[in-house]
Design a binder for this molecule. Structure first.
Ligand code: CP
Ligand code: NVA
Length: 308
């Protein structure tokens, strides 16, 4: 039975708050939880959840993961707490960390999350920011590893906006040594700081390819992955982005250009017939609902490594 080793970093604000060894360990632990091979007791531990944006998967998978580990969660709705009244993060974080054993935060700017981490005396977890979605990336690689066993020869093509989901996929992929291709319209490339960090880790410019051509990007890929074109907080850009991304839909035509037996992922929620067709979501290639389930096993593994 695996014995989870505590993460060296107190917080999990970014995929890079893990080392390569820790990224591998978390996947093994998540797998063990899924196989019911691991029993960790977080009795009396409390995870606070602060969600400045909507959530189904992240919120519920944290709640269920914590409950499976014997702990509990408190959902701190910003509207009914004093958060939306404008209480400073540094006050909220100091108070909550006297009650809770960890706090998961979904918010807009990464700097808000960093402010929570600065003032909290307990671990702070990134439950999605505009920059990163590192919990999602753990579940993504868990799903990919389940399918292919080894990760080293897998090619992942992400088609869509180079933002939070793509950024964490890139960084976690760099830690695990997986080739990532990003296909996005001009102007929607991932943040240059993310690209630089990825190259610094892999020391190999061939491991991350960024292109504006979805067709060449899917050629021979084992995993096709997408996310919404307009993220939460970008509702006013929807019309413009719908136009810019119109050639970046995962449909049957693109899927046929990928490797035989390629799988399709989407972090969800999806807009069918925008970034992905209904047919592809429901196809035999889709692992989208396994991926969603894996959020819970991934979260259990992360909590075990932060709170044990
Ligand atoms: N994938 C994901 O984070 O989903 P939610 O927004 O429902 O949490
Ligand atoms: N990029 C999306 C992911 C949702 C899980 C968003 O930020 O809205």
């Amino acid at each position: 039975m695996i014995k989870p080793k505590k993460l060296a970093s107190r917080n999990f604000l970014s995929s890079l708050d893990m080392t390569k060894e820790e990224a591998i360990q978390i996947l093994d632990i998540a797998r063990s939880f899924k196989n019911k091979d691991l029993n960790i007791n977080l009795k009396n531990k409390v995870l606070g959840l602060i969600f400045d944006k909507s959530s189904t998967r992240t919120r519920v998978s944290f709640q269920v993961a914590m409950s499976r580990l014997g702990g509990t969660t408190i959902d701190l709705n910003p509207t009914t707490s004093q958060i939306n009244r404008g209480e400073p993060i540094k006050d909220t974080a100091r108070v909550l960390s006297r009650y809770c054993d960890a706090i998961a935060v979904r918010t807009f700017n990464q700097s808000n999350l960093e402010e929570y981490a600065k003032w909290s005396t307990k671990p702070v977890i990134n439950a999605l920011t505009d920059l990163e979605h590192p919990c999602q990336a753990i579940a993504d690689f868990l799903t990919i590893k389940e399918e292919f066993g080894e990760l080293k020869d897998v090619v992942i093509t992400f088609i869509g906006d180079g933002n939070n989901v793509a950024n964490s996929l890139i960084l976690n992929g760099a830690l695990l040594g997986v080739e990532i291709r990003i296909a996005c319209p001009k102007g929607y490339e991932p943040d240059s700081s993310i690209i630089k960090k990825s190259v610094d880790i892999t020391n190999n410019t061939e491991m991350l390819k960024i292109t504006n051509d979805p067709i060449s990007a899917v050629s021979g890929a084992n995993v096709l992955y997408t996310d919404v074109w307009s993220s939460m907080g970008e509702e006013n850009q929807k019309e413009e982005k719908d136009k810019d991304f119109k050639d970046f839909c995962i449909n049957d035509y693109l899927l046929k250009k990928a490797a035989v037996n390629a799988i399709v992922l989407h972090c969800l929620p999806a807009y069918r017939e925008k970034e992905i067709t209904d047919q592809v979501i429901e196809s035999k290639n889709s692992r989208i609902f396994d991926q969603a389930e894996n959020r819970m096993h991934a979260q259990q593994a992360l909590l075990a490594c932060l709170l044990q």
